[in-house]
Design a protein around this ligand. Structure first.
Ligand code: ZN
Length: 272
């Protein structure tokens, strides 16, 4: 594989401090030629922008405040994110959204931060990069009335059921699939669902350093190995097995979809 696009890499994570450049080299060697570095806080977004600036053509960045960090959202947050998003490396607002499974920030703080970032994506005409866990009903209720004003919207690391997927697809969302699909304990339902995502709206991601693909365990990688973008082909292989395509086909179409999505100027609002 020679043209993969990993749409979710937490490259600023301290787990990569010791060998960040080697991680990028291994990614390229595995055919992962472009990566979107996620911003999950104001400071983390600044780091993501800086990493992207140092690796033009390979790394792009998002600017956002994750639902886990939503308690930090204040009157200055939107303005500071907008300043970060002015960098040409920033191609989406997020990751933002709702996580009612862990509630590291209170649901009301999460809603406040999420609404602020919905407004920002609309104002800046940037794609929206979403995280949702245990909150699809609430997320849909927020998105539905505002959908016509928004450009492209991605739900990353989709792990939900068929009804949730159909509701997301009805709102013309893009769907990101991680190594969750490689997890025989909790991800097998995704193998049946992934074929329902229309061409051009399926994206692949590692969410590294999280979600090490369990199908790689047999290769001798550790039980709780750190994930990295070089392992993205394992996700592609699982999707290809599920849809009956070749890995090359899945790689090419998901990379093309990501390239169309994550470039400045891509996010013109749809007609209501
Ligand atoms: Zn996430």
């Amino acid at each position: 594989l020679d043209e993969l696009f990993d749409i979710a890499v937490n490259l600023g994570n301290p787990q990569f401090d010791a060998d960040r450049e080697q991680v990028l080299e291994r990614a390229r060697a595995a055919g992962v030629v472009q990566m979107l570095v996620l911003g999950t806080s104001l400071a983390g977004s600044a780091t993501a922008v800086e990493l992207a600036r140092r690796h033009p053509g390979t790394l792009l960045a998002t600017a956002g405040v994750h639902p886990h960090d939503a308690a930090t959202w204040d009157a200055q947050s939107a303005r500071r994110l907008a300043e970060l998003a002015a960098a040409p490396e920033v191609v989406a607002i997020g990751e933002c959204g709702l996580d009612f499974e862990r509630n590291y920030s209170s649901p009301s703080d999460q809603l406040r931060a999420f609404r602020g970032q919905l407004d920002l994506a609309r104002e800046l005409r940037l794609p929206l990069f979403l995280h949702e866990r245990g909150a699809s009903r609430e997320l849909l209720a927020e998105l539905r009335p505002r959908r016509p004003e928004l450009g492209p919207v991605v739900v990353h690391c989709f792990t939900g059921d068929a009804a949730t997927l159909d509701a997301y697809l009805e709102l013309e969302l893009h769907i990101g699939i991680t190594g969750w699909i490689c997890d025989e304990r909790r991800g097998t339902h995704l193998r049946e669902l992934v074929g329902r995502v229309p061409q051009g709206r399926l994206l692949v991601e590692t969410d590294a350093p999280y979600l090490f693909p369990r199908t790689l365990r047999a290769t001798g990688a550790g039980r709780r190995a750190r994930n990295e973008p070089a392992y993205l082909p394992a996700v592609v292989a699982e999707i290809a097995a599920a849809t009956g395509e070749s890995t090359e086909q899945v790689a090419a179409r998901t990379a093309a979809a990501a390239r169309r999505l994550f470039r400045r100027g891509a996010a013109l609002p749809q007609q209501p």
